[in-house]
Design a protein. Structure first.
Ligand SMILES: [Zn+2]
Length: 144
């Protein structure tokens, strides 16, 4: 399955290859202080391949807080947060926002709350290496 998503204005878009086709897509309603405020719900497939395309990088704010090990990519123009990335041992990992999906049947989504408050930085990074998308391509399309 190829899952497309984008922010509201289209400045940040992504395509996630998920093979074989998922019978259901596990989603995590993150309860961190930032995601609580914007309603962040995330998914990732450690075997998936993600391509992120940014049209105008000057309209992307990379926001980090707390342990500052993850960056929320916020569209400055429309305020949507389609992806989060984390650079661990020089490798880029990512999760994508279920809320930014385009044309995916909502009945595929299996929601579970997730709380990682109080998790140490080391176990946090190890968990991301296990669960986050490890094949991430980040492209700026402004020159195209
Ligand atoms: Zn936007």
């Amino acid at each position: 399955m190829l899952i497309h998503g984008k922010c509201h204005c289209g400045n940040i878009s992504f395509s996630l290859t998920w093979e074989p086709d998922p019978a259901e897509i596990p989603t995590r309603a993150c309860t961190c202080s930032f995601c609580t405020k914007h309603g962040g719900v995330w998914t990732s497939n450690p075997g998936g391949a993600l391509k992120v395309v940014v049209k105008d990088p000057s309209l992307v704010s990379n926001y980090a807080f707390g342990t500052r090990t993850a960056e929320f990519h916020i569209c400055v123009r429309c305020g949507i947060v389609p992806i989060v990335t984390s650079r661990i041992d020089e490798h880029l990992y990512a999760v994508v926002s279920v809320n930014a999906f385009e044309g995916i049947d909502p009945s595929l989504l299996r929601c579970a709350p997730a709380s990682f408050d109080g998790e140490g930085t080391e176990s946090r990074l190890a968990r991301r290496k296990r669960n986050w998308i490890a094949d991430v391509e980040y492209v700026c399309s402004m020159m195209e």
